[in-house]
Design a protein around this ligand. Sequence first.
Ligand code: SF4
Length: 339
Amino acid sequence: MTDAPLLQVTGLTKHYSGRRSLGQRLSGVPQTVVRAVNDVTLSVRRGEILGLIGESGCGKSTLGRAILRLHEPTAGKVVFDGTDVTALGADDLKKMRRRMQIIFQDPYASLNPRRTVAEIVGLPLKLHGLAASDEEVRAKTAAMIEKVGLKANQLDRYPHQFSGGQRQRIGIARALISNPEFIVCDEPVSALDVSIQAQIIELLQELKTEFGLTYLFISHDISVIGYLSDRVAVMYLGEIVEMGPVDSVLSRPRHPYTQSLMSAVPEIDTVGRKSRVRLKGDLPSPLNPPSGCKFHTRCPLAIDACRSKAPLTETVGDGHVAACHRLAENLSLLESTEA
Ligand code: SF4
């Protein structure tokens, strides 16, 4: 791993305009806006795994897709290896996609059921002109299929002829065949059985080492994030609320939301578990996010200021930042549980 960021994301924002029926438009119902990702700034070093954790619906997947411009950002900048991805035209973006890939959560939905494995995995080679002939496409596809643990004689089968874990291996092969440097792993094991999850995680680790890959690894499972990641970013309602080295964030979580995530994982033995933080209610709607700190409607430590003023992000350790008005009190609480 090097210190230079391979990926620098600054102020990335993705809002979606809500749909209105003709009747709503005619009667003057205002346009709604889903604020999925708000002003996210983060970097990923070459060779690093940055884990992105948060509840379903918090904007993790949208952030991953906005980084790749699969969803066009509303505002902000994504710089990959010195190139401003957000400013690229269609042709240059297509070339950049060879270097920035994604593995999707649902291996079945992400594979075209009418295409064979050879066609699915070989397509990026054709799109990017990475093979001189059909024979070369076939040979490279067969080699990649074997690299992810399948057999070359399975190339002419269709996705439905494989198990869930095998289908995810096909998705991984499709992401890797263009020899990318950076991969957004969007909940790649969430849809799989636990025993298969371990195999896929091991495969992703082996491939990262072999090909020198950099991952943004998205998951709602803090155990998976803790096992895999070098650093972790915690997301709540479209914003990063805490980020830092995985050991620091998971052993000394400073944001009440991170503390609540840690409290909910019985198998991780952390200091923070001694002072459990239990959340009230559900994740608020990004259609109408709370004012001030977006976490205040559920936070057991909320004070009046939290309802009106958004907290600034502050450094709380070496490379460890968090955004909360009560970081000092949180530290006292943490130290009292460690004593
Ligand atoms: Fe809780 Fe206030 Fe901190 Fe937000 S700023 S996490 S509401 S204490």
